[in-house]
Write a protein that binds this ligand. Structure first.
Ligand code: CU
Length: 141
């Protein structure tokens, strides 16, 4: 009987790390399919990693990026090069290298999509990448 209890306790301990959640980013305040007005404030959520400004090399941290109105992470033409050259900086890739945890975007009326991607001190996505779901919303007049 003692052996059985010990075996049960051991398997619980071994199962621990496998149950831990992978790091994930998420949009805190906008539901997929929501109607919003511009300017649009986006609050960045992050579990399992910390936020540090760009250029600060610290394990387990990164800074947020918004992929705006483009293909989901991993499906864009520029994505294959991100692990080498970092996330590009243009109208569809917005960096928050100051370590911001929210942003306010001026957006035209119509449908928009955002996806959060964490990048390291060199703006490269982590391996495995820490990304949010794509959130699509409509800016009303
Ligand atoms: Cu960046």
């Amino acid at each position: 009987m003692k052996h059985l209890l010990l075996a049960a306790a051991t398997s619980l301990i071994l199962a621990g790390p496998a149950l831990a959640e992978d790091p994930v980013a998420y949009v805190v305040n906008i539901e997929d399919g929501a109607n919003v007005t511009s300017p649009v404030t986006v609050v960045f959520g992050l579990r399992g990693k910390g936020v540090a400004p760009a250029g600060v090399e610290k394990d387990g941290t990164g800074h947020h990026h918004i992929l705006l109105n483009r293909a989901p992470f991993g499906e864009g033409p520029e994505d294959a090069e991100m692990s080498e050259f970092g996330i590009p900086a243009d109208d569809n890739h917005i960096h928050f290298g100051g370590g911001q945890t929210e942003a306010t975007l001026e957006l035209e009326p119509g449908q928009h999509s955002i996806q959060l991607v964490l990048g390291d001190h060199n703006h490269k996505p982590h391996d495995p990448p820490v990304v949010s779901k794509v959130v699509t919303f409509t800016v009303t007049d």
